[in-house]
Design a protein around this ligand. Structure first.
Ligand SMILES: Cc1cc2nc3c(=O)[nH]c(=O)nc-3n(C[C@H](O)[C@H](O)[C@H](O)COP(=O)(O)OP(=O)(O)OC[C@H]3O[C@@H](n4cnc5c(N)ncnc54)[C@H](O)[C@@H]3O)c2cc1C
Length: 208
C-alpha cells in the first residue's frame, strides 16, 4: 500500500482535509518582514541576539541574526498576510482572506490579540517603529542603518478556540500522515521528529 506524508507548509491543512483529515487546526499565514544592516554597521553585531521568548506567542519577535555570508538580518515581525503566499504587502487574495476571517478560530484569536496585532502592523508600516524594536538590543542602531530585505511567511496553525498551535501537529488518516505545524527554531530538521513521523506512518504511535 502507498503511504503519503504531507509536509506542504502553507497548504497542508487543505491537503490534509482532502485526504479525509479534520478541518482544524487551520493554517493562517503570518508574514515575517526583515531588514538587513548596511555593510558598514554589521560589526555592531558579533553573534545571535535573541530575546527571551514570550510564552504566549510562538513568534520570537524582532532579533538580530548574522548569517554565514556576513549579512546581518534584523527581524522578523509577524503580520497577518493577506494571502497564503502573500510574500509582498501588495499580495492580496480576497478568497483566502475571506476564508481566514470566516474561520471562528481566527476571529477568537483576533479578539484576544488585537493589541499585539496593531503593534506588529505599526512595525510593518513604520521603519522607525521597526528600528525601535531592534534598538532594545543594539541601541546604537539608527533608521539609516537598515535596508529592506526579503520576507517569509509562517504557516501558523490556529485552533478553533483561537489558540496558536506551538508544537508540531502530526495526524494520521489511513495511509496519510499530515504535518500541520512545523515551528522553529531548529526543530524543522530534527531527525527525532522524522523518526516520530515514520513511527506514526507505521502505526507505532497512538493517533493524536
Ligand atoms: C520569517 C521566518 C523565519 C524563520 N526562521 C527560522 C529559523 O531561524 N530556524 C528554523 O528552524 N525555522 C525557521 N522558520 C521556520 C521554518 O521555515 C519552517 O518551520 C519550515 O520551513 C516548515 O517546513 P515545512 O516543510 O512544514 O514547510 P515549507 O518549508 O513551507 O515546505 C512546504 C513545501 O510544500 C510544497 N507544497 C505546497 N503545496 C503543495 C502541494 N499541493 N503539493 C505538493 N507540494 C506542495 C511547497 O512548495 C514547499 O516546498 C522561519 C520561518 C519564517 C516564516
Amino acid at each position: 500500500m502507498d503511504e503519503v506524508v504531507l509536509c506542504a507548509g502553507l497548504q497542508v491543512d487543505r491537503l490534509a482535509e482532502l485526504a479525509g483529515d479534520a478541518h482544524a487546526p487551520r493554517i493562517v499565514p503570518f508574514r515575517g518582514e526583515y531588514f538587513a544592516l548596511v555593510p558598514e554597521k554589521r560589526s555592531l553585531v558579533n553573534g545571535l541576539v535573541y530575546p527571551v521568548p514570550d510564552p504566549r506567542y510562538p513568534f520570537l519577535g524582532v532579533h538580530l541574526t548574522p548569517r554565514f555570508d556576513g549579512e546581518v538580518l534584523v527581524g522578523p515581525n509577524a503580520v497577518l498576510a493577506l494571502a497564503r503566499e502573500g510574500y509582498r504587502r501588495r499580495d492580496v487574495s480576497v478568497r483566502e482572506l475571506a476564508e481566514i476571517v470566516r474561520y471562528a478560530g481566527f476571529r477568537r484569536f483576533a479578539r484576544q490579540h488585537w493589541r499585539t496585532g496593531v503593534a506588529e502592523m505599526r512595525g510593518s508600516l513604520s521603519k522607525r517603529a521597526f528600528t525601535a524594536a531592534a534598538q532594545r538590543y543594539v541601541p546604537e542602531l539608527t533608521v539609516a542603518d537598515m535596508v529592506p530585505a526579503a520576507a517569509g511567511i509562517r504557516a501558523q496553525a490556529l485552533e478553533t478556540d483561537g489558540s496558536l498551535v506551538d508544537d508540531f501537529r502530526i495526524s494520521r488518516t489511513g495511509a496519510v500522515v499530515a504535518v500541520r505545524n512545523a515551528p522553529s527554531p531548529a526543530a524543522t530538521s530534527s531527525l527525532a521528529i522524522a523518526e516520530h513521523i515514520v513511527d506514526t506512518l507505521l502505526g507505532r504511535v497512538a493517533d493524536s
